[in-house]
Design a protein around this ligand. Structure first.
Ligand SMILES: NC(=O)c1ccc[n+]([C@@H]2O[C@H](COP(=O)([O-])OP(=O)(O)OC[C@H]3O[C@@H](n4cnc5c(N)ncnc54)[C@H](OP(=O)(O)O)[C@@H]3O)[C@@H](O)[C@H]2O)c1
Length: 332
């Protein structure tokens, strides 16, 4: 039994609270693969879970953190051996089992991914759920016949973690990317990452017509709400809109017209529950042909477990940009 530090979330008669605690490996959720955590990351969902602003955990208490990467300490599954570098994203972490904001994590072997050649542990967590989500969106769009020739891809919430990684990934995969962001002071960075146009979301006026001139071949939408409503009439024939997030709202209005006249498709992106074969394929792409070229530029912040509450607050206020890496083991 080893004692270690973890950022643990409780919700009981004493109320919702989260903070750093000492715990033992015996107390971790069951699983086959015990990992010494090197890095985790901060996603919007982590900020909701860590503050209680959103109902993410389905059981309490749990360690927060939907992403984890580190080295195997011990495994009862022969597929993994001591010293292997592994990662895990979603898959119940910080929802139904202890997550990655912890010096040790015990993982379910079915969802433990051997670190693919071409990625370091650090890079895998700059990507984390955000990069996995952006690449899953591209995979699903291409499965539904998205090609660069359909026109530019609109990326909304472009300065955020998913947004910046999506700009880099889609441009690397050969797409023209138009970034839609509320942060005009970030436009230079978004261009450096690969956006050929940057659009100020506060200046964006949608006509409100059921159909409008086609402007985008497709979209990756992190915002939802009126942004999604406004984008749908602008999608080219047979283009795809990958619905990734709800940073701006959950409800959206549409007519059937973009779907029955232009053949547009809405694709739901649910990274946490992705099947294992698709997961493997997405990580292989992220380590090779879709590997973002500007990962270190996108990693805007690095914190330890102690720095998490400050990051959650700025993320929920919409102030953050890029990705926040959580360094848990100072020796790697
Ligand atoms: N489906 C999945 O599996 C999955 C996986 C990961 C994340 N997500 C979701 O995807 C979204 C982005 O996640 P993230 O980790 O990239 O978060 P993030 O880093 O906080 O980025 C969110 C971005 O959305 C924009 N935004 C924030 N508040 C807004 C508002 N009120 N109206 C319009 N835009 C607003 C901001 O970008 P600008 O200032 O540039 O406009 C912000 O940077 C979140 O909703 C998250 O829950 C979903």
């Amino acid at each position: 039994m080893t004692m270690f530090r973890a950022f643990r979330i409780h919700n009981d008669e004493a109320g919702y609270r989260a903070g750093i605690e000492a715990m033992s490996t015996d107390a971790l959720s069951p699983g086959e693969v015990l990992v010494k955590t090197a890095y985790s990351s901060v996603n919007y969902k982590d900020a909701l879970a860590g503050t209680g602003k959103g109902r993410i955990l389905r059981t309490y208490p749990l360690n927060g953190g939907i992403d984890v990467a580190g080295h195997v300490i011990a495994s009862t599954d022969p597929a993994f051996k001591e010293g292997d570098a592994v990662l895990c994203t979603g898959s119940g972490l910080s929802e139904t089992r202890d997550g990655g904001y912890s010096e040790y994590a015990r993982l379910d072997a079915r969802w433990t991914i051997p670190l693919p050649a071409g990625l370091s542990l650090r890079e895998s967590m700059i990507l984390g759920t955000a990069g996995f989500t952006a690449a899953l969106a591209l995979l699903r769009m291409q499965d539904n016949r998205q090609t660069p020739s359909l026109g530019p891809i609109a990326v909304t919430g472009a300065s955020g973690g998913v947004g910046q990684l999506a700009i880099d990934i889609f441009s690397r995969a050969g797409y023209e990317v138009h970034a839609i962001s509320g942060k005009t002071d970030h436009f230079d960075v978004l261009r450096e990452l690969g956006a050929s146009e940057c659009i100020d979301r506060h200046q964006l006026v949608f006509s409100g017509k059921p159909m409008d001139s086609a402007r985008f071949g497709g979209a990756l939408d992190n915002v939802g709400g009126s942004m999604l409503s406004g984008l749908l009439p602008l999608i080219s024939p047979y283009g795809n809109v990958a619905i990734c997030g709800n940073a701006g709202g959950v409800a959206f209005d549409s007519t059937v017209m973009p779907f029955i006249i232009r053949g547009a498709s809405l694709l739901g992106i649910a990274s946490a529950g992705t099947a294992r074969d698709i997961r493997d394929s997405v990580w292989q792409h992220l380590a090779s042909d879709w590997k973002p070229r500007h990962l270190e530029r996108i990693a805007t912040r690095e914190v330890t477990l102690d720095g998490l509450p400050g990051i959650f607050a700025s993320m929920l206020a919409g102030d953050s940009s890029g990705r926040t890496l959580v360094r848990i083991d100072n020796t790697v």
